[in-house]
Structure formats: structure tokens, C-alpha cells
Design a protein around this ligand. Structure first.
Ligand SMILES: Nc1nc2c(ncn2[C@@H]2O[C@H](COP(=O)(O)OP(=O)(O)OP(=O)(O)O)[C@@H](O)[C@H]2O)c(=O)[nH]1
Length: 385
């Protein structure tokens, strides 16, 4: 298949111009997200380098070879920054390395006039940047469930292309587009496809990360940062399964701060919030990591774990005592706790049982722990059915 290099140049310029416009809108629409900002600069730099590259047909050498390729390396540097920021890192000095090295090497005539040397260095730099992008992508894998594989494959294909170019493109020097290199049309075609692929991959990565952030936020309580009711119920399925498999009881705990209205009335709403935060800190200090703890609403909290009832009682006693002595900003507060456990009961049933126990703790004077007994639990299950 014969591909006309100049037609490809025009196509690439058109595609890059179009992508630049899309990216400027996407960047401003995403509240000037830095990942999209760096990607936009990378595309504009690539577009400028393609335009300069096309000047070779008019006999220019300095602008396409020295400036054009320096811009290509700057574009790689911008993609590196985009991937670094996406991975939660600051943009490092690596983004300038390729551009500076290329500019420096162009000062030496033995390099500037040697096409094979230029191809070798350019391929090595492209490979190094691509390897760095793959490494950074792997670092971000936790927040990329869908886009990770396509992004990785795109970068690997780019890597393979430059490895093969390094092996097979001898770089016969001459005039005309890209020095009449036999690889010229493939280089332009691959770079066009790569830039399109990478741009849409980065847009998809940013979109996926935003969706995950929104999903996470919808499962968290905004004041305390612990799970909310939805977050609690979203995770209970696994615990129910584990309880059945290991034949261990599923334990539900319900906490309610005592006379919390009085605290608000006496110290103000802000100090009330301070107490809620303090209670979460106390609970998170005591409960083991396998325990899921959430704020149901107001001053009511719940937790569950798979384990034995004695352990639950001792943990709740620790929480009750620690809350009593915690005194954030000198405000005393206490907590009443209801516990329910069962191997065959659903979590919703256990929550009803724990709520009943909590009601008893409140009725018996507060600052207490109560458990619902097994016969009542069985009755509750029947009632629910
Ligand atoms: N500071 C603060 N107060 C809240 C928040 N959500 C609910 N509340 C208050 O929590 C109080 C709950 O009061 P009640 O339901 O009467 O319970 P209580 O005063 O703790 O009484 P008992 O539960 O019977 O011990 C109300 O005054 C609510 O306004 C919140 O996010 N921050």
C-alpha cells in the first residue's frame, strides 16, 4: 500500500487541529484539570512539530529537524506530566530532559546531518518516555478498572513500533519529506493514530476517575468521612456470605449518642459536630480493620463484622469507656449500644434486633450496652418473613 507522505501530513495537521479544539473545551469543562491541560499542550506541540516537519519539502532543515523534534520531545514531556499528575505525583524535571537533549545534540553537525543517528536517538527517547508512561499507568491501576487495559495496549503498540523502527529504519539521508526515509509514511500514520488513541484514552481515564470519585463520595458521610448507610449496606453482602461459609455469626452493632440534643443546645451545632467526629475517631481506634463502621444519620451509627459475640461485647465496652473519657473540647458525652448476632439471620434482621437492644439500653438509663437474646431474634426473623 503506497501512502503519500504529504497527504498524510495534511490529514495529521487536520486531526491534531480538531483534537486541540476538543481538548481545550474538555479542559475548561473539567475545571482546568491539569491532566487535560498537559494533554492539550502536548497536542498543540505535536501539531506545531508536524507543520515544521512538512517544511522539509521546501528545503528547510533546521526548523523541521532541530525545532520540530524538540517540540515532539516537549509533547512527550507534557504527556509524562499528565500521567504523573494522574498518578498523584507532581510534574518532575523529566519532562524537559528529551527536549533539552535533542536541542543540545543538534548543536553537533555529526548528529544534525546524520539521519541514522537522529533516528536512533529519537527512537530511544520515544521508547524511554513510553516506558515511563506505562510505569505511571500501572501506578494508577487501582483507580482504572476499565481504561487500564486499552491504555496499556496502546502504549505497548507504540513501544513496539519504535523498537521495530530502531531495528529496521536505516534512515537513508536525503531531501523531501522526512529525508525520504522509507519509514516516513508509517511514522506519520502511527503518530496520528497514537495521538488520537492517547487523547481519547486520557479523556476516558479522567472520566473514569471522576465517576469513581463521585461513587465513593455517594457512599461516604460528608461530615465524618466514615461510610454512610448506603456504604454500609453496599458492603454487607460479602460479610453475609463469609458468615455462612465460615459458620461464624454476623454481628451488628448500633450506637446512639446520649442526649445529643442537649449537647447541641448547650454548646452549639459546631461543637456537636466536633463530638460526632470525636466519636468516630474513638470507634475507629477500637474496632478492627475487618469491621465496617458507618454513620446512619444524626447521632446514630452502626457497624458489622463476622466474629464472636464476646469479642463484640468487649469491643463495645472499650468504645463506651473511651467515649466517656474522651471529652473533646471539654464536652462530656456518652453512648448507648445495641448488639445482635446470628449465623442465619439477614443483616436487616440483625439491625432490627440491635435497634431493639439499643432501645432497651436507652430505657434502662443510657450509657449502656444491651444484646438481643436468641429467641427474640428467631421471632423477629419469623415476623419479617
Ligand atoms: N451537631 C449536629 N447535630 C445533629 C446532626 N444531625 C442531627 N443532629 C441533632 O441530633 C439531635 C438528635 O436528638 P434526639 O433524636 O432527640 O436524640 P438525643 O437528644 O440524643 O436523645 P436520646 O437519643 O434519646 O439520648 C437533634 O437535635 C439533631 O438536630 C449533625 O450532623 N450535627
Amino acid at each position: 500500500m503506497a501512502l503519500d507522505v504529504y497527504t498524510l501530513f495534511i490529514c495529521e495537521l487536520y486531526v491534531l487541529g480538531f483534537l486541540s479544539i476538543i481538548m481545550i473545551f474538555a479542559w475548561s469543562g473539567a475545571h482546568y484539570d491539569r491532566v487535560l491541560g498537559f494533554t492539550t499542550i502536548a497536542i498543540i506541540a505535536t501539531m506545531a512539530s508536524v507543520w515544521l516537519g512538512s517544511l522539509r519539502s521546501h528545503g528547510h532543515l533546521f526548523l523541521p529537524v532541530a525545532v520540530g523534534n524538540t517540540l515532539v520531545m516537549l509533547a512527550y514531556g507534557m504527556w509524562l506530566n499528565a500521567f504523573r499528575v494522574f498518578a498523584g505525583l507532581r510534574p518532575g524535571p523529566g519532562w524537559l530532559f528529551g527536549a533539552l537533549l535533542w536541542a543540545l545534540l543538534c548543536c553537533f553537525p555529526s548528529f544534525f546531518y546524520s539521519m541514522p543517528k537522529r533516528i536512533m536517538v529519537s527512537c530511544l527517547l520515544c521508547i524511554s518516555y513510553t516506558v515511563a508512561l506505562i510505569t505511571l499507568l500501572t501506578r494508577s491501576r487501582a483507580c482504572l478498572q476499565i481504561t487500564f487495559w486499552p491504555a496499556q495496549q496502546l502504549l505497548c503498540l507504540h513501544l513496539i513500533f519504535h523498537l521495530s523502527r530502531m531495528c529496521f529504519d536505516s534512515g537513508s539521508s536525503g531531501h523531501g519529506a522526512m529525508g525520504n526515509s522509507p519509514f516516513a509514511s508509517y511514522v506519520i500514520l502511527e503518530s496520528t493514530l497514537f495521538v488520537i488513541g492517547l487523547t481519547f484514552t486520557i479523556l476516558a481515564m479522567v472520566n473514569e476517575r471522576t465517576q469513581i470519585r463521585y461513587k465513593q463520595a455517594s457512599l461516604r458521610d460528608p461530615l465524618t468521612g466514615v461510610w454512610n448507610r448506603r456504604g454500609l449496606f453496599a458492603q454487607v453482602g460479602m460479610a453475609e456470605k463469609k458468615s455462612l461459609q465460615k459458620q461464624l455469626p454476623l454481628v451488628a452493632l448500633v450506637f446512639d449518642l446520649d442526649h445529643f440534643k442537649n449537647i447541641n443546645d448547650r454548646y452549639g451545632h459546631n461543637q456537636g459536630d466536633r463530638v460526632l467526629l470525636d466519636f468516630c475517631r474513638v470507634v475507629e481506634k477500637v474496632l478492627p480493620a475487618e469491621c465496617t463502621f458507618s454513620r446512619l444519620g444524626g447521632e446514630e451509627f452502626a457497624a458489622f463484622f463476622v466474629g464472636d459475640v464476646q469479642k463484640a461485647q468487649s469491643l463495645c465496652e472499650d468504645i463506651r469507656l473511651l467515649a466517656m473519657i474522651s471529652r473533646p473540647d471539654n464536652i462530656e458525652y456518652t453512648v448507648s449500644i445495641g448488639i445482635a448476632a446470628g449465623r442465619t439471620h439477614s443483616f436487616s434482621t440483625l439491625m432490627m434486633m440491635a435497634d431493639k437492644a439499643l432501645y432497651e439500653a436507652k430505657a434502662d438509663g443510657r450509657n449502656r450496652i444491651e444484646m438481643t437474646s436468641a429467641p427474640q431474634a428467631a421471632t423477629l426473623d419469623k415476623l419479617k418473613l
